[in-house]
Design a protein. Structure first.
Length: 469
């Protein structure tokens, strides 16, 4: 990561410095060129003021026409003066060029021009009527004749040398920045990412034994601290899941031990001596009951696993919750041993859109729990209600031994609030946990209330959104 970051930074810096250097160079070059051309224009007009007409003759004997800059090609100045198509003056720098004619070659505005001896110059021509000499009649007034043209060129080499030095300086600066900035970024990134390396090392060293120890890094960047907190929270949830599965496996082993031990004992007693057919029939009936109870527990565990994994599909249809409760209640009364209690049944029509099979399982578990734990001569209440806010199923029974502080445990697998029935082998503590997962899968809510006097109430509610219009 550091290498990619440094390479990317180097490329970006190189690109930006190159663009900046090119921009600076072009601006400076343009400024020098404009300044040079302004000076050239000013010089050619100054020269024009030196030329006068005196006694109908051109006076071009001004000393500045022979300045040192025009003495040789190396000095960089080149001058020709033409009048009526005739060359009347030429600088010494052009002495070796006998046939040079700039009159038709030079532009009226400063532009590039190839010098006779090689090289490039900025050149222009300026055509004008010279002034009449002051001591002549009409002195100081431009003459009508002759027409004079000044051809002036100046070598651009000195400016080119300055621009070359500027290019070298910009290149050196850009190269230095391209090296120093990535190096600085690499050092900063290395220091900034050091906590990340520490985090990576700690993550690599994690094991099942150390999963309960949260990772703590004091100098971790603030941008990464939420990620670390979420990771520690995730590991905490994973640890909780491990603990639940560990206890779950132990609970399954414990729960299966009782029916398996019962099966073994019954079989050992049955084969200990010869018996008549009635005794064998009673033994087989007892074994079948044990097997059926074990099968019920196994099917409940499988359904729990499907619900918790999200594999259980929900197929919704319109049902009347009151009819469903009445059907399940009738089945349970036929299957469960009779116990005297007072039944308060208030089944009002309650239409809901839900999965009939899953809803039936949840209702069966709640009713089975109530009919199992209601005390003799106690009360059992079943009610379905439909309101504007939704549909509610309430099932309450007396005779509960669940304390109010233990209500949160009723949804724990294999937990039993009635210890007197815990060893009977008939109840496994899976009914309400399974019901809770089903209700959640149906987008409904379940609430448990346990009050003094042994009243235990389960409420399942569907919100109005689940009620067909």
């Amino acid at each position: 990561m550091n290498t990619r970051l440094v390479l990317a930074a180097a490329l970006c810096v190189l690109l930006l410095t190159s663009l900046a250097d090119i921009g600076i160079y072009l601006l400076v070059r343009r400024h020098h060129l404009e300044t040079f051309d302004q000076a050239l224009n000013a010089q050619v007009r100054l020269m024009a003021s030196w030329i006068e007409v005196e006694e109908d003759e051109l006076d071009i004997e001004h000393q500045d026409f022979n300045r040192e800059e025009f003495a040789s090609p190396e000095k960089g100045g080149f001058l020709q003066i033409w009048s009526e198509g005739k060359l009347v003056h030429q600088s010494e720098s052009l002495a070796h060029v006998s046939t040079l004619r700039w009159l038709d070659a030079l532009p009226a505005e400063p532009n590039w021009f190839a010098l006779p001896g090689g090289g490039r110059a900025r050149a222009l021509q300026y055509t004008f009527h010279p002034l009449i000499a002051e001591d002549e009649p009409d002195g100081g007034v431009p003459s009508t004749e002759p027409l004079v043209t000044i051809c002036l060129a100046r070598d651009f080499a000195s400016v080119n040398d300055a621009l070359a030095a500027l290019r070298a300086a910009l290149f050196g600066t850009g190269l230095a920045l391209a090296l120093l900035i990535p190096l600085t970024i690499w050092l900063i990134a290395r220091r900034a990412l050091r906590p990340v390396d520490t985090l990576s090392t700690q993550l690599a060293g994690m094991s099942i034994e150390s999963i309960n120890q949260p990772i703590e890094i004091t100098d971790l960047p603030s941008e990464l601290q939420p990620i670390l907190r979420q990771f520690n929270a995730l590991m905490s949830r994973v640890l909780s899941a491990f603990e639940r599965e560990k206890h779950f496996s132990a609970d399954i082993a414990h729960e299966l031990r009782t029916p398996i031990a019962g099966l073994r004992t019954t079989l050992e007693v049955a084969i200990s001596r010869p018996r008549d057919s009635a005794e064998y029939h009673a033994t087989l009936t007892k074994l079948l009951q044990t097997v059926l109870q074990t099968q019920t527990m196994t099917e409940s565990l499988m359904m729990l696993a499907e619900l918790e994994s999200g594999w259980q599909q929900v197929r919704r249809s319109r049902i009347d919750l009151a009819d469903l409760v009445q059907s399940v209640w009738t089945e349970l009364l036929d299957a469960e041993p009779a116990r005297p209690f007072e039944l308060k049944l208030q089944l009002n029509s309650a239409i809901v859109e839900t999965d009939p099979d899953l809803a039936r399982t949840a209702v069966r578990n709640v009713l089975h729990n109530a009919i199992t734990y209601v005390n003799s001569n106690g009360e059992l209440e079943i009610a379905t209600t439909q309101t504007e806010s939704g549909v509610i199923l309430r099932v309450a029974n007396t005779g509960s031994n669940v304390a109010s502080q233990d209500v949160a445990h009723v949804f724990d697998r294999f937990w039993r609030g009635d210890t007197s029935r815990a060893q009977t082998g008939r109840h496994f503590g899976l009914g309400l946990p399974l019901t809770q997962r089903i209700v959640k899968r149906l987008n409904a809510e379940i609430q448990i209330e346990s009050s003094e006097g042994g009243r235990f109430q389960v409420s399942i509610s569907w919100q109005a959104a689940a009620i067909p219009a």
